[in-house]
Design a protein around this ligand. Structure first.
Ligand SMILES: [Zn+2]
Length: 277
């Protein structure tokens, strides 16, 4: 499932092409994604100008000149393809937007999603804080609001483990299963540690590890395990930098111990029993 770095990779690629472009046409080939795509998406988006895309958690938000926001959620297996031609549609291409950039340069932006857990929505900018996918999101891990004090405040009365806390989008937005294991390994914190037992030093290490890993992954185009591809078709090369995720029965790069694998709340979890306390 695309997490923050994969979504950010897509956002960066989109921003290079679509900023200040004009929407020439929108084809919705299949509207039954995770939720139904609004009936009037094509009509409302046509002839509008797309502004520079933003990201909130795992959602791409593209403001438009007419005061709307186009939201793209990649779900489990969604991909965005940016092409400077208008190619034939492929299987699982559900939405295609043709844009015109500058003087007669056309691009197609295609949303492909085999499992259809993703979503595309269009809503008014002023409704952004009430949007059902956005209104309960926690802080952005890469901005200044992720602090030791913020986490202490949330964690003080909570009896949940830190792995689940990292996956909870209402606390921090954008972290998923792969990066949760990597972050905890780097911060040397056991995934089953109960959050109200974490000291401020642990929280500080956790925040540093979070920022460091997400930023490094964005630089490498994210992580390709199954579906993620950058919009130019390239893979996400952070997969080569993963230290624990998917490393069951291999050795810890720090202490040489065997990496442990455990299913926690139905999610694969990898950690070093010796390095993580
Ligand atoms: Zn170790």
């Amino acid at each position: 499932m695309p997490e923050l770095p994969e979504v950010e990779t897509v956002r960066i690629a989109l921003s290079k092409i679509i900023s200040s472009s004009k929407v020439k046409s929108v084809e919705v080939l299949r509207k039954d994604l995770r939720w139904e795509i609004p009936e009037d998406l094509s009509e409302k988006l046509k002839d509008d100008i797309l502004e520079t895309p933003l990201r909130r958690g795992k959602y791409i938000l593209i403001p438009t000149y007419k005061g709307n926001i186009l939201l793209i959620h990649l779900g489990m297996s969604g991909q965005i393809k940016i092409q400077n031609t208008i190619p034939d549609l492929l299987k699982h291409d559900h939405v295609r937007i043709i844009i015109e950039k500058g003087n007669n340069k056309y691009y197609s932006i295609t949303y492909n999603d085999p499992r259809r857990f993703g979503y595309i929505d269009l809503f008014k900018k002023k409704e952004i804080n009430q949007h059902f996918l956005l209104k309960n999101l926690g802080v952005e891990p890469l901005d200044q609001f992720l602090t030791v004090e913020y986490l202490q405040q949330i964690f003080k009365n909570k009896i949940i483990n830190i792995k689940n806390a990292l996956l909870d989008q209402k606390i921090i937005a954008g972290i998923g299963n792969i990066y949760a294991s990597e972050i905890l390994y780097k911060a040397k914190i056991r995934p089953d540690k109960i959050v109200n037992k974490l000291k401020s030093k642990d929280l500080s290490l956790l925040i540093t590890a979070t920022k460091d890993i997400l930023e490094k992954s964005i630089k490498k185009g994210g992580t390709t395990i199954k579906n993620h591809k950058q919009p130019n078709g390239k893979l996400g090369y952070f997969v080569q930098d993963l230290l624990v995720y998917g490393k069951k029965n291999t050795r810890c790069s720090n202490c040489n111990n065997i990496i442990e694998f455990k299913v926690m709340n139905n999610r694969s979890t990898y950690f070093c029993n010796k390095c993580q306390k």
